[in-house]
Write a protein that binds this ligand. Sequence first.
Ligand SMILES: [Zn+2]
Length: 265
Amino acid sequence: MTNLLLFFAFLLGTIMGSFLNCLAWRLYHDQSMAGRSKCPHCHKQIAWYDNIPLLSFIILRGQCRHCRQAIAWQYPLMELACGLLFFGVMAQALSAANLATTAWALALARDWVLVGVMATVFLMDLKWYVILDEISLPAAGFFLIMNLLLGATWQNLLLAAVIGAGFFALQFFVSRGRWIGGGDIRLGLVMGLALADWQKLLAALFIAYFLGAAVGLILLASGKKSWGSRLPLGVFLAIGTIIVLFWGKEIIAWYINSFSAGALF
Ligand SMILES: [Zn+2]
């Protein structure tokens, strides 16, 4: 049964990854979600059997059936990543004590949506340097409602939301919008409302900035970026949030332990 649920989660994740690839592309290009997908090169409609997550890319050997144009690696990678993330969320849910209750199902749905939102933020910020409100604002509302239903107190939610949005709003105002985009402020709000815990939020922000600085230094050293160039911060915030979703408790416990052990000396 466990294996079946994990397999189902992986499958659902690859389907969501395929959907989110499409959603990201259409949102960015301001197109409606109606209508079938087309090859961006030859504009031929993609048949359902050429649109199966992961499998079609393998069967078609990464090329459009009609024009043989290479399909971007982004498509199967996003499908695989979402498959693995959905699998991970299910694995975590299966280790919970209160299996298959309403609260359990709600938390599972919340975390699936969270990894989906963060995968989309990662993809769009990496590719186009945008974090769209069409994603952030509905996500913020969804996580607020879900966490209230799951028994988070409004005080904790408010605190996390204010810290998340405020952290970026402060940088936005200090730098007059040069360091940070408005999209980062809304993403900070999403992170606060989704994690619903100021400690987890701070952990996610710290991981994001640490990774961003590390990658930034590597890019500088290799001459791929200069001091003036922008890094897509949303990419690192998405990674930080996902790491905290899976290992937040352990990271916070480790931090508190090392801190209190240090205080003894
Ligand atoms: Zn084509």
